[in-house]
Design a protein around this ligand. Structure first.
Ligand SMILES: NC(=O)c1ccc[n+]([C@@H]2O[C@H](COP(=O)([O-])OP(=O)(O)OC[C@H]3O[C@@H](n4cnc5c(N)ncnc54)[C@H](OP(=O)(O)O)[C@@H]3O)[C@@H](O)[C@H]2O)c1
Length: 262
């Protein structure tokens, strides 16, 4: 039986043996905002499938569900601190994982907020700087910085993918109502970042898409009456992610694989 050396799993012993087949099929996946909702479900499902997950979150010390998951999948998950909007935090994580992982196969930019400091998206008449700037920083700007920072690791993958979790709220052509200014515009901006990035990375064969996860019941505001649970749509998104080819790069797709209008 063939064995290969892999340094990714055990920093204390430096090397562990993994059989060749496992190395060929296992993906190394970085997820942002993995302590709740859609990010948590991605983490669970990729681990169940046998992949290696960097389940990053803002406050690992209070990410209790991730702590339990980590105990059941020791060796295939780390739960590092990452505030996507903080450059030092992004740099620290990059240096950390570069010290024991040689490549990254999938980056899922999932972290997002509805508002700068409220549990709802402020309507016209209540718009304010903190809301506008923080929502854009986290939802639109941070994903592009994450992609830029982790690109050296992604480029070493055979089939690298950057998945930006967008929203149908960011579709300008589907917009039929007002309100939700910062949130909807931040996702529209994320869509444009996705398109630009896909064009820049086409020669490097990095696939970049904006993915609408469906309307899903999570802790996210305005999802109390959502028709789907994360288990359903995350499974759908994983199928979509698996099936992505270069020709799909730069598209805005939903969790069922249907292309969405910008
Ligand atoms: N649920 C839906 O119906 C729906 C529909 C369309 C799009 N989406 C998108 O799906 C993504 C996930 O949302 P969700 O529904 O799963 O809601 P959620 O459970 O509230 O998850 C949001 C995640 O983002 C994290 N986050 C916020 N700011 C962050 C920062 N600065 N750095 C790192 N992490 C940060 C949160 O961490 P903390 O817990 O530490 O705050 C949390 O883990 C978002 O991008 C959202 O816009 C959701």
């Amino acid at each position: 039986m063939f064995f290969l050396y892999l340094t990714a799993f055990d920093r204390s012993k430096k090397y562990i043996f993994i059989d060749e087949l496992e190395i060929l099929t296992m993906k190394r996946i970085l997820i942002t905002g993995s302590n709740s909702g859609i990010g948590l479900e991605f983490t669970k499902k990729y681990l169940e499938r046998g992949d290696y997950v960097i389940a990053s979150c803002r406050k690992p010390e209070s990410a209790y569900e991730l702590r339990d998951i980590r105990e059941n999948h020791a060796g295939r998950i780390i739960v590092p601190q990452l505030d996507v909007s903080d450059e030092d935090s992004r740099d620290k994580l990059f240096k950390n994982i570069s010290s024991f992982l040689d490549k990254l196969d999938i980056l899922i930019n999932n972290a997002g907020v509805i508002s700068g400091n409220l549990e709802y998206s402020p309507p016209l008449g209540e718009l304010h700087d903190e809301d506008m700037t923080k929502v854009f920083l986290i939802n639109s700007i941070s994903p592009i910085y994450m992609a830029e920072r982790f690109l050296p690791l992604l480029k070493r993958s055979k089939n690298p993918k950057i998945i930006n979790i967008s929203s149908i709220s960011g579709s300008i052509s589907k917009r039929t109502r007002g309100g939700g200014y910062s949130y909807s515009a931040s996702k529209a901006a994320l869509n444009m970042f996705t398109k630009n990035l896909s064009n820049d990375l086409r020669e490097d064969r990095v696939i970049v898409v904006a993915l609408h996860p469906g309307w899903v019941k999570t802790g996210f505001p305005y999802t109390e009456n959502a028709p789907h649970m994360p288990e359903e749509t995350v499974g759908g998104m994983m199928d979509v992610i698996d099936s992505l080819e270069m020709k799909d790069s730069g598209k805005f797709i939903d969790w069922l694989g249907t292309e969405q209008p910008w």
